[in-house]
Design a protein around this ligand. Structure first.
Ligand SMILES: Cc1cc2nc3c(=O)[nH]c(=O)nc-3n(C[C@H](O)[C@H](O)[C@H](O)COP(=O)(O)O)c2cc1C
Length: 434
């Protein structure tokens, strides 16, 4: 059986599934239930002090985007950091950590950008026995207007400065949680490393307005007729998170820096993808809020089964394995040729592939009598749109052409190997050869 135990920054947990800092980790009651359900660790809901009091709205604080089956795809929230007293949170954390020594317990912290504020809170957090801290430089609403959260995460100099204070006044691992509301995520990640951070975690939520009520003309969630932007998370943000994680994993300035992956993790497969891109573990919020704590049991079972099938004995066997395969566009092999293929056995004759290809793509699907849809190889550029719009999984596949075959679209022979690789003109090697 695969061993799911992970050791992230020297913090051991029985599996790589941690709950992210959010309502699921807001109090002892929740965290105990989460640990009983099997979560490997938690990042406690962000603690704060020394700023103005934290008062949440009394109206709806969440909004959502749904798929056609009303499955929740994206969640928006306008919630602040914890509104419970710091002392109560610290006492609860200490009790929980004492009772669950084998689980990871991380304290998320957000206090004003003043050295004294960090210096004051860190020893109190240390006393709880928490395994480490996570600096919340990511919340995009409510706290950022007060110069905290993403207001810090958007200024690399502040990140570096605060991280340095934390490393000075706290002797356990420091994780810097990054905001995605920034142009180039490598810069804040590098600043975290320069400040001495042991790891980065990402992503926090993305600025968003999920809907506008067209009767009241107010963004939702609406509080007495007015709304403000919130933070977006859930399955919809996973592609953005994966891309940002890969950028940090590939960047020279941050190469080898431990990463905790966050953003839309709902299944074991999502987790494995983050880990393949370099994350030592993952954090989950929306999936737990949607399906409850026991969702972790599916994640554990799925990951363990997949690892067994692949022959991975521990998670470190595959962490980062996909990183070398992430490249810049100009390095893609122009000799690679594929064609779409429609399985007539699986086709339900809905014609979506035909409509999409005929109207908006390359007119590479023919419809014949009886609504039989077939690919015209002479026109197909393998763009994948038909696969993407087909409602039947694996009904349309992209089949790679073999070396020596002639592409009926271009009349060119598919090249046998990488050595004969046709480079894109933007590839620096192609420019050098000219
Ligand atoms: C209601 C809600 C409250 C959150 N509160 C915090 C918070 O206090 N501190 C923090 O660092 N992140 C907070 N987050 C962000 C999550 O920790 C996480 O980064 C984000 O939701 C992406 O993960 P997910 O797609 O699994 O939800 C919150 C998210 C939600 C939905």
């Amino acid at each position: 059986m695969a061993d799911l135990t992970t050791n992230f920054l020297g913090i051991s947990s029985p599996n790589p599934f941690w709950l992210a800092s959010a309502p699921p980790t807001d109090k002892e009651y929740n965290v105990r239930r989460a640990f009983e359900a099997g979560w490997g660790g938690v990042v406690w809901k962000t603690l704060g002090e020394a700023g103005p009091p934290v008062v949440n709205v009394n109206g709806p604080r969440y909004g959502a985007i749904y798929g056609a089956d009303r499955r929740l795809l994206g969640l928006n929230n306008i919630e602040l950091i914890t509104d419970r007293p710091l002392e109560v949170n610290l006492e609860e954390m200490a009790r929980v950590k004492a009772d669950y020594p084998d689980r990871a317990l991380i304290a998320s912290i957000m206090v004003p950008c003043e050295e004294a504020a960090w210096k004051a809170i860190l020893p109190r957090v240390a006393e709880t026995g928490a395994d480490g801290i996570e600096l919340n430089f990511g919340c995009p609403h409510g706290m950022s207007e007060r110069g905290m959260g993403s207001a810090v995460g958007q200024v690399p100099e502040y990140i570096e400065m605060v991280t340095r204070w934390c490393k000075q006044y706290y002797d356990r691992p420091v994780i810097v949680k990054l905001t995605p509301n920034i142009t180039d995520v490598r810069k804040p990640a590098a600043a975290a490393r320069n400040g001495g951070a042991d790891a980065v975690s990402l992503i926090n939520t993305i600025n968003s307005i999920t809907t506008v009520n067209l009767d009241t003309m107010s963004p939702e969630p609406s509080i007495d007729g007015k709304g403000s932007h919130g933070g977006y998370c859930g399955p919809a943000v996973k592609p953005i998170a994966l891309s940002m994680v890969s950028e940090i994993a590939r960047a020279q300035e941050t190469a080898g820096m431990p990463i905790s992956g966050i953003g839309g993790v709902t299944t074991w497969r999502d987790a494995a993808e983050f880990m393949a891109l370099g994350c030592g573990n993952v954090q989950v919020c929306t999936a737990a809020m949607t399906y409850g704590f026991k969702v972790v049991q599916e994640m554990i079972a799925g990951l363990s089964q997949w690892m067994d099938e692949k022959g991975y004995e521990s998670t470190s066997d595959f962490v980062g394995m996909a990183v070398p395969n992430v490249t810049d566009w100009q390095y893609l092999n122009l000799n690679y040729v594929a064609k779409a293929k429609i399985s007539q056995d699986d086709c339900i004759k809905c014609g979506r592939c035909y409509a999409a290809c005929e109207d908006t793509s390359h007119q590479a699907i023919a419809m014949s009598e009886g609504r039989v849809f077939e690919v015209i190889d002479e026109e197909c550029v393998a763009c994948n749109l038909c696969v993407d719009v087909c409602p039947v999984e694996n009904c349309i596949t992209m089949v790679q052409m073999q070396p020596g075959e002639v592409d009926p679209r271009t009349g060119e022979t598919v090249q046998p190997d990488y050595a004969n690789w046709t480079m894109h003109p933007n590839n620096p090697a192609a420019q050098a050869a000219e």
